[in-house]
Design a protein around this ligand. Structure first.
Ligand SMILES: CC(C)(COP(=O)(O)OP(=O)(O)OC[C@H]1O[C@@H](n2cnc3c(N)ncnc32)[C@H](O)[C@@H]1OP(=O)(O)O)[C@@H](O)C(=O)NCCC(=O)NCCS
Length: 151
């Protein structure tokens, strides 16, 4: 695990993340508008950023506990120079703790069928993956990833 600390997101984090967007997401520009301020302003209690000793964001997880009691992970990403060192797993662990304390019964995340890295990551974390046709709209299949939480 790199030298980072995990905190709740700050108001300024989204702008900092979007300035370095390609280091988190490469050319997946369609994901940029998904970084809506409501994930900080309204759901900030369950939105996390991992910061290095230089204060820069190395990874983040934006999520919330839905009325279904699923803890939904809207976006999770680790900067290209901090991958493969357990940071994604640590962000999930911190989120799981917050979500469980709010009554969540399962973790849920969605990814596209071509995002093999995300699928492998979630499998390694114990998620079950199901391909759902048209989940993202007509002709837009998505991988629905779920992991029950202990009672
Ligand atoms: C997916 C992502 C968040 C993983 O973060 P990370 O910090 O590199 O992952 P970790 O080091 O915590 O890995 C945890 C486990 O997942 C596995 N894993 C992570 N990325 C993987 C990959 N691309 N391929 C295969 N396995 C992978 C690791 O091997 C590790 O398994 P282990 O515990 O059995 O050793 C990161 O690669 C990323 O930001 N990708 C681009 C954005 C993205 O696709 N986000 C997910 C969208 S839903």
């Amino acid at each position: 695990m790199p030298e980072v600390s995990i905190y709740r997101v700050r108001d300024t984090d989204l702008a900092a993340i979007l300035r370095e967007f390609t280091r988190f997401w490469g050319d997946r520009e369609q994901l940029r508008p998904l970084h809506h301020p409501l994930f900080v302003a309204e759901f900030g209690d369950t939105a996390l950023a991992a910061r290095g000793s230089d204060g820069q964001v190395r990874g983040y997880l934006l999520g919330f506990v839905a009325p279904t009691r699923d803890a939904y992970v809207h976006l999770v990403a680790v900067r290209d120079d901090a991958r493969g060192e357990g940071l994604g797993q640590h962000l999930y662990a911190a989120f799981t703790e917050l979500a469980a304390a709010r009554g969540a019964v399962a973790l849920k995340a969605i990814t596209s069928p071509d995002n093999e890295g995300s699928q492998a990551f979630h499998r390694a974390l114990g998620f079950t993956l199901t391909r759902v046709e048209d989940y993202g709209g007509a002709g837009q299949a998505r991988m629905v990833m779920r992991k029950p939480l202990p009672n």
